[in-house]
Design a protein around this ligand. Structure first.
Ligand code: UDP
Length: 383
């Protein structure tokens, strides 16, 4: 019997390839008509620009195994992601760095002066319990209110006091003028888009890919199912629906260059969208070829039953629901849950690939030893 992998995103593709290379037969299905999951990118019919259809995806990693792995499946062009933010009618550099601090407070401070200045404003909270406490202890109330409070309320639809501190820990605070959004040594864009990379991973003897196919409609028995869709959906939402944020993109075009950068955040709460993405700036090597430009205004809202889940919210009550699903999954033989939706975690692409490579190693070892596969390769509720 062959293995079934549900979802043709990075998790599914990496595991499918590894199993096939180990001599197994694999069917990969996806209910969408495209591979790549939410990383899917395609050329815009009007402008020719490569568009990140499900919002901006910037590949960055410090994991050498992941970096070496992706090199095999396409041409990657170095890309240094920078983000600017509009707040109170002014433009600032993000993540918060020495330029942001000096611009915002209208000062000319050195790194040491700025560090002392921010430390004097920051609240002393030994172990921040939520997003707001984390922000107040890192940057103090003024920068928090200008850049994080409004944006976060728009992005997550709840009070920052109800969100985990881990969301803010994604972003550094720097007392230098370094303005790279990510600190990882490797940052790049796939020259032909993410979908081509995922298709190349899936292009191996032993893997059959069937798009526009729902798991619920399959009529075949499998050696094991690897499910990268939402874990609550697999169990028919029997304990309720895990909360996600979904995104709406308002597409518009412009002649020439609209904003001069790929991502411009809008931090004020009276602006209804969170950011504007100008896709051609993700491809500086071809950007000037295009006369037209295509942009997305990005709006965030609670994910309804028919919407695409993007960000797992993971408030306290959802962790309790997740615990029930995790227990249910561990008591259900024949299926493993992987990836962002399978484990209900806010994962970057590189972490997704790293986890899929690790899961593949462990699956192949277990199959060789004749052992059954676990429900999870990473514990969704932490250690
Ligand atoms: N964030 C914010 N203001 C910004 C950028 C980010 O408040 O201008 C907060 C917000 O809560 C966001 C989180 O920091 O969800 C993580 O930001 P990141 O840029 O990593 O979000 P992503 O690009 O994954 O949506």
């Amino acid at each position: 019997m062959r293995y079934c992998i549900v979802g043709a995103g990075f998790s599914g593709a990496v595991i499918a390839r590894a199993l096939a290379e180990a001599g197994q037969k694999v069917l990969v299905i996806d209910e969408r008509g495209t591979a790549g999951g939410n990383c899917h990118s395609e050329r815009d019919a009007d402008t020719g620009v490569m568009v990140h259809v499900y919002g901006p995806h910037i590949f960055h990693t410090g994991n050498e195994r992941v970096w070496d792995y992706v090199q095999k499946f396409g041409d990657w062009v170095p890309y240094n992601h920078r983000v600017q933010a509009v707040a109170g009618g002014r433009v600032f550099s993000l993540p918060v760095n020495l330029l942001t601090i000096n611009q915002f407070f209208n000062r000319v401070m050195s790194p040491d002066e700025a560090r002392a200045f921010i430390a004097a404003q920051a609240q002393k909270i030994a172990e921040p319990q939520n997003f707001e406490e984390q922000a107040l202890s890192m940057i103090g109330p003024d920068l928090y209110r200008a850049f994080f409070r409004g944006y976060t309320r728009k992005q997550w639809g709840v009070e920052p006091t109800e969100l985990p501190a881990s969301i803010l820990k994604r972003l550094p605070v720097r007392f230098t003028y370094e303005d790279s959004y990510f600190a990882h040594p490797h940052q790049a864009m796939p020259r032909d888009g993410y979908t081509e990379v995922v298709k190349a991973i899936l292009d191996v003897p032993g893997v059959e890919v069937r798009l526009s196919t729902r798991f619920e409609d399959l009529d075949e028995s499998f050696a094991h199912v690897i499910f990268s869709g939402p874990i609550d959906r697999y169990f028919n939402y029997e304990f309720g629906r895990l909360g996600y944020r979904t995104l709406d993109f308002e597409r518009f075009t412009h002649k020439g260059d609209f904003q001069g950068t790929a991502v411009l955040n809008y931090c004020d709460e009276d602006v209804p969208f969170t950011r504007i993405t100008e896709h051609k700036h993700f491809a500086p090597w071809e950007r000037d070829k295009f006369e037209g430009s295509v942009l997305y205004r990005e709006f965030s809202r609670l994910c309804g039953p028919e919407d695409i889940p993007y960000y797992p919210i993971r408030q306290t009550n959802e962790e309790a629901m997740l615990r029930k699903y995790v227990e249910r999954a561990k008591a259900t033989p024949g299926v493993s849950f992987v990836g962002r939706l399978g484990s209900y975690r806010y994962l970057d692409m590189d972490v997704t690939i790293a986890e899929a490579l690790d899961a593949s190693d462990r699956m192949i070892a277990a199959i060789r030893e004749g052992q059954s596969l676990p429900a999870f390769f990473v514990e969704p509720l932490g250690a």
